[in-house]
Each structure stands twice: as C-alpha cells, then as structure tokens.
Design a binder for this molecule. Structure first.
Ligand code: C2O
Length: 594
C-alpha cells in the first residue's frame, strides 16, 4: 500500500518545457474595456531610471472599525467544538442572502472520532484524468446525496451548510460571544481536511463503495489548468448554474485572478508561466516555515482572522472567485464562503488544496513540519459522519492522511523546482549603479507610521534589521519574513494585491512571472459588500471589515535578486483592481524573522 503518492519531478527536464519567468513580457497588459486609463507599457524587471516613480497614496485617518470580539488576550487554550445549541443566523453572510440558516440539525450528543482501521487506502484521482466509470459513480453519489431529505445532515444542502456555518459566523468560540472562523488561521488546512473526509465518506456510503475517493482539481499543472470538465455538463448532479460562463473549458485558469480587474490578455504559455511562478512563491520559496505556509495561531479566546498561510491566500482564494459567477451579487456560488460548497467543484478544489499540504511537507528542511502545540493539536470540531452520527474530531488526527486512509494519485508537479531565474537586466543595473535598493534609498520613503489606503500601488523602502544571517540562523533555517500588518478589507469584497521586491515600477500591468514577485494577498468574500448598514442596525452583526495580516518568506528571493547584504529592500504593493470605493487599508510593512 502506498502512503503518499508524490512525484518529485526532475526539475530541469520538466522546467525546460515551461516558459521562463520574466517580468518584461510584452503585452502583459490587461485588456481593453478601460484601456484608456491603463498604460500599455512594457514593464522591465529593473530599470535604474524608473525606480522613483511618484506614487500618490492617500493618507488615512486612523479610524478603525469597532470589532465585535475579544480585546484582552485570554489564557491560551485549544479551540473547543462549537456549541450546536447556540448556532445562529450567520453573522457575516451577505445581507441579501435571504433567510439564510446554515445550522445543522441539532443533536445533543457527539461521539469521539475513531481512526478508520477497516477502510481500504483510497487514492484521490486527478479530475482531468478519471475514467468514465469513475465519473458515473461520483455523479450517482452526488445525485443520491441531493435526493436525501434536506434535514438529513448528509444531504447535499446540509453538506454545503457545514461550510457556511463554520465560515460565516454561525458559531461562537465555545461559550464566548466571539465568532468562530476556520479561515485565515492555522485551522484552515485541518478543518477542510476533515470536511472533505466526511463528505467523501458519505458519498462512498451512498454508492456502497468504500474505495470511493473525491477527485482533485489539478490546477497547479498545465494539464489541469482548466475547469474540470466532469462538472461542466448542464443537467447533471455535478453541475452548478452559478459559475462564470467565460471560464468554462477550454479557458485556462489564472491562479492570480481578481474579479475586479479587466480580463487577462496573457497568452496560454504566459498564463502557465504566471501560474507556475505563483505556485513556486506561495508553496516553495515564500513558505519555508510552518506558520508561513499554514497560517497564524488562533486559540480559544482570541479574535478570528489572525492571518492566512500563503496557500490559503493564493491560489486558494483566486480559484474560488475565478469560478463563481460575476453576474451574482456576491460572486455565488464559489466566490463567497456562505455559498461556495453549493458547487460540487468546491470539493475538487479543496482536495487539491489539501494535496498541497502533503506536497509541502515532503519538500524537506527542518521547518516544513506541522504545528506541535497542544492548542492546535487538541482543538476540536464537529461533523456528521456517513451514519449521520455527530462526531467530535481533533486536529491531531487530521495531520497524517495515512491515518485517514487516503492519498493522492501521482501526477507531475511542474512548479516544485521552478525557481525563477535572475534576469540579466538585474545584474547589469546592479553592477553599474549599485543595487536597485541602494539607489532607491535616496528616493523612496519608508512606509511611515500612519495607516494608508492601497488604491494605487504603494512603494516603500523597508529596513532590514539584519544584513546577514548568522551561522546559527542558517543552521536553524530561520526565515526572513516580509510582514504587512493591519490589513483591513471589506469582508464582502474580493480584494487582492500582489507584492514585489526591488521592482519599484511594478503596477497592475506587471506579470507575476518574474523573480521580483514575492507573493499575493487575497480575501474570499464572506459578507455582502454593501453590508455595513445592516451591520450597524444589528448589534450582533459582524462588523463588515476583516482585519488581518500578510506574511511571506523572502530569504530565497533576496538571494536571487543579489540583495542579501542590502540594508533596505523596496517593497511595492499592487492592488489588483479598482478599490477606490472599498479601499484596502494597511498599517505597516516590516521585516521579521521566523
Ligand atoms: Cu473554506 Cu475554500 O474555503
């Protein structure tokens, strides 16, 4: 029996076939609907004379929204399971999601989860690579799930509600009047693993086949970079009407998609290069420690949303909003947490997200391990199983897929060694004028101590506390981390921004397939964008802003940019879309160590 079906593709052979990453792709501009206000210029990775563009950022008075939440830090504890008797109308679901009730059927008693010792090892297949027989079984399973009465916790409606309840504020943290939120923290990966596990077991039971395993949408490899066709046939149980019709096969997915931006005009090879570099940054170079990849600690008695890991930001977020319908008020179904799991493709998307966890752990090094704190391991959630029993699960039991008897089909992982190459322009500029950051030091200001709105790109000089890693730090694999704090976004808006290092001229036309691209922040909507008013009316309504932070590892990028000994780096944040009406607020940019 094979435990983890991973392939480490031989880097060079595979990567040789992919387009090489560069910033200065011709024609990287977004088209055309509003082309008048968009520059069509070719952006260079580095160009000495263009480093000190004048950015007009707006200063922002530091009025912050009042959060319904915890102000004092309570004694740290694992998260207890939600109290189902206190389940209520979701606080952060869109105001226009009428009469939404996503509480599960009530049951007083829960049993403790037991590891499935009698299950066969199930191999989750790649969705673009399955047999007709598989599609037939899976389709029948979902059909049967849809036919269950809607008050059966295993029914399709109730299954979709599970996500809504845990993601839109229908539960409290234990007995505290604080929203329980399983996104934007270290619970993102284990909670979704559990969710898929039970969903899969219910489907298996419905078709009487213990070998049944969910498919994964292999969006990280060129062959899987289209919407999986088995879900795209109208009138079948795997179909969902509320999707973006322009994104059905054979359109290639943009893993850095923002619905607030004009459609990408990247050619397919450029899109593959862009997706590949995003994968490399978010899963490999930017995520060399547990927190960077998995998200920030979130303990009982603390506020939700401490910060997502790199994977959750992207590609997880962009795949959601790329799939949902732009014609719907809240990008339903996939583009909003309350409705996302009404689309069966949700489960294939999350199977690939889950697969990324197994790949990341296999990348080696001392730091790519799971959290081992009791506050994490002993945290608990509730799910209904295939026998409609309420089951209490612990995070600790989710960490090893072998224990849950599933693995993933072996497929190529073309981004795993796709370390972007330093451009020759970089070298030239660096040698004749000093490094770009050194040049910039005299021209670009620091971020400053006041919060700022991110409407046009912000470029700031960021001081590095240390110019060199000590031997001990190298030995310990200590990672230099770019930290953006006090990010405040409207929950209902699909906000996204990209981060570039030592590329002051980066703007929304800059392709992310270059070495200077450091990572992406994204917010999957979970509140209506006009929800403020109703929030004020109802004291229990969650405030419409999500406050969070963004972290990405930059040790490797600095090596590749020849900037390891620089005193400063130049950080450029590029909002992906027009957020004038709903500005992204940011309070600081700094460098930290993890
Ligand atoms: Cu719980 Cu992809 O969202």
């Amino acid at each position: 029996m094979e435990s983890l079906n991973l392939v480490m593709t031989n880097s060079h052979a595979l990567y040789a076939n992919l387009p090489q990453p560069v910033c200065n792709l011709g024609g990287v501009s977004r088209s055309s609907r509003t082309s008048a206000r968009r520059r069509n210029n070719v952006v260079w990775c580095k160009g000495g004379e263009r480093l000190w563009l004048d950015r007009r950022e707006l200063l922002l008075a530091s009025t912050s929204a009042i959060a319904v939440g915890v102000t004092k830090k309570a004694a740290a504890k694992p998260m207890p399971p939600p109290d189902l008797s206190k389940c209520h109308k979701p606080d952060t679901a869109p105001a226009d999601a009428q009469n939404l009730n996503c509480c599960p059927p009530y049951s007083e008693k829960a049993v403790d989860f037991e590891l499935p010792i009698n299950l066969p090892m199930r191999v989750r297949p790649s969705a673009h690579d399955v047999s007709d027989k598989y599609v037939e079984t899976y389709t029948r399973a979902v059909q049967l799930m849809r036919e269950l009465p809607s008050d059966d916790p295993r029914s399709f409606t109730q299954q979709a509600n599970v996500h809504c309840a845990y993601c839109d504020g229908a539960y409290y943290e234990g007995s505290l009047p604080v929203e329980l939120q399983i996104h934007n923290s270290w619970f993102f990966l284990p909670w979704h693993r559990w969710y898929l596990y039970f969903h899969e077991r219910i489907l298996a039971k419905l078709v009487g086949d213990d070998n049944f395993a969910l498919p994964f949408w292999n969006w990280d490899a060129p062959a899987g970079m289209t919407f999986p066709s088995m879900y795209s046939h109208q009138g079948t149980p795997l179909y969902d009407e509320l999707r973006n019709p322009d994104h059905m096969p054979p359109t290639k997915i943009d893993l850095n998609y923002s619905p607030n931006e004009n459609p990408s005009t990247l050619t397919d090879p450029e899109l593959v290069a862009s997706n590949t570099n995003l994968m490399y940054r978010q899963i490999v170079s930017g995520a060399k420690t547990t927190k960077l990849f998995q998200g920030q600690p979130y303990r009982y008695g603390t506020n939700p949303d401490p910060g997502a890991g790199t994977l959750e930001n992207a590609p997880h977020g962009p795949v959601h909003v790329w799939t949902g319908s732009p014609a719907q008020p809240n990008i339903e179904d996939m583009g909003n947490f309350y409705s996302a799991a009404r689309d069966p493709v949700f489960f294939a998307h999350h199977a690939n997200v889950d697969r990324m966890w197994t790949i990341w752990k296999s990348l080696g090094g001392k730091r790519r391990v799971d959290f081992n704190e009791p506050d994490y391991l002993q945290s608990e959630f509730l799910f209904y199983d295939e026998n409609a029993r309420l089951v209490r699960v612990k995070v600790a039991d989710a960490l090893d897929p072998k224990n849950l008897m599933f693995s993933y089909q072996k497929v190529d992982i073309p981004w795993i060694n796709a370390r972007p190459k330093k451009s020759s322009v970089t070298t030239q500029v660096a040698s004749s004028f000093g490094t770009p950051a050194a040049i910039a030091a005299g021209h670009i200001a620091e971020f400053g101590s006041r919060a700022r709105k991110l409407v046009v790109p912000i470029t700031a000089l960021v001081k590095r506390p240390k110019k060199k890693r000590s031997d001990k730090e190298i030995e310990d694999e200590t990672e230099e981390v770019l930290v953006i704090e006090g990010i405040e976004v409207k929950r209902g808006v699909a906000v996204k921004f990209d981060v570039f290092i030592n590329l002051a001229e980066a703007d929304s036309n800059t392709a992310i397939s270059c070495p200077e691209y450091a990572g992406t922040f994204s917010n999957v909507p979970h509140h209506h964008e006009h929800g403020d008013e109703s929030a004020k009316e109802n004291a229990n309504k969650k405030n419409p802003f999500r406050k969070s932070s963004f972290r990405v590892g930059i040790t490797e990028i600095l090596e590749d940019l020849g900037a390891t000994e620089d005193e400063n780096i130049v950080v450029t944040l590029v909002p992906k879309g027009d957020f004038k009406a709903n500005p992204i607020k940011i309070s600081s940019i700094k460098i930290d160590y993890d």
